[in-house]
Design a protein around this ligand. Sequence first.
Ligand code: KIV
Ligand code: ZN
Length: 521
Amino acid sequence: MNDKTEQDRVLIFDTTLRDGEQSPGATMTHEEKLEIAEMLDEMGVDIIEAGFPIASEGDFEAVSAIARQARNAVICGLARANFKDIDRCWEAVRHARRPRIHTFIGTSPLHRAIPNLDQDQMAELIHETVSHARNLCDNVQWSPMDATRTEHDYLCRVVEIAIKAGATTINIPDTVGYTAPRESADLIRMLIERVPGADDVVFATHCHNDLGMATANALAAVEAGARQIECTINGLGERAGNTALEEVVMALKVRNDIMPYRTGIDTTKIMNISRRVAAVSGFPVQYNKAIVGKNAFAHESGIHQDGMLKNAQTFEIMRPEDVGLSATNLVMGKHSGRAALRAKLRDLGYELADNQLNDVFVRFKALADRKKEVYDDDLVALMTDSASEGAGDHLQVKFLRVICGTEAPQSADLILTVDGVDHQVTAQGDGPVDATFNAIKKLFPHEARLALYQVHAVTEGTDAQATVSVRLEEDGKIVTGQASDTDTVVASAKAYASALNNLIVRRAKTRPEDIGSVAAR
Ligand code: KIV
Ligand code: ZN
């Protein structure tokens, strides 16, 4: 590592906005990306991989804006091994106070076969592209994609070439989540021992979770000498996802006795960013997920509850406050006032201007009228709905009444506001949600396929709010919508309308000629 006094410091490289956002359906809007980037910067992430600038105009704009906005973090963009990608990446990240170009190429036999390059040809390309990146930027990261399935001799050869060409960080990706902890450590150790110049660069580990070992593999790599962990919030990412930021950071904190490394992360910000990423990506966190799952600090059995009351350490290895979870979850009711709501929302990480607070307060009162107790998670769901419901939405659910029960068919009466004009329809279906979706489809005909419909209860009890996620696919592109309500069918209708609104925005970007099809027929 460059700075010998920092041998125990592990850099946290967050790729939620690139590798995470790449997972099908996790697309975020420009504003959402900026918001998440700001939260990452504030929590002390060292490097934010903000996107893949050549991938689309939207990605380019987001990376440029994040680069301009970042206060402390290094801002990194991804580029394939060609000059055009690298130049575009530089154009986007160069606005940052601390920019980085990350360029990569697949080096395993399977990946070499795709561009049909032999070992020598690929080595030459690596030399040219890394040199090109280094001529633009003095902070260059290079990744041999599928490193864990690359022949060791060849891996050493290309890592040496990348270092000589000016790479300052060498990232070793386990692209397909194939490695295991001991092998992950051995690979890093081998590279550090064998490659000339290894002492002058930072080695990074980038693990996917296909066998559920991503976090363990990343920590094993650190023990062998890696000093940068690549990860995402909630482990978001393609297939089974990536190493989860919250897991590695808390593992290093809680087990500092056996893993004496430190990060610069403010762990009390973990819960808020986890919730926010879950909301904007449309990927809810599984209940029993380590650190950030709803049950991570819940104790159900009598023995556990008894132990907890006597001494929390009997069944907890970290305190809820360490990850930003307030000890008391029960908060608000219909008698709570504006000031209490503002204070509670501030606690949850939402800083609101007066007019925003007024709007949220009206929604909060409506919810508190329907629900005896309003919990933290209810408020987060409320905030997520407020953020995703834009004034410019083309479709809005105005009225819904469904008839359901044991006698089929079920039917839905719907008024949908389409571009400011109300349209009414009745439709039948196989169950209340199907009837509701059919009604929406009658008023807004489309060919998008329903790729996912998911319901989860925000809190406990029969009056709990349901959060519904809907994912639609059209021409290979995926959009999502999410909404919450104490009525599951209403939440479903709103989530479906929200996904359609996102579809309309996406169509306008990719097929501008279709904007005119936003009209009830
Ligand atoms: O998993 C992977 O190999 C990647 C590279 C682009 C670093 O995400
Ligand atoms: Zn990856």
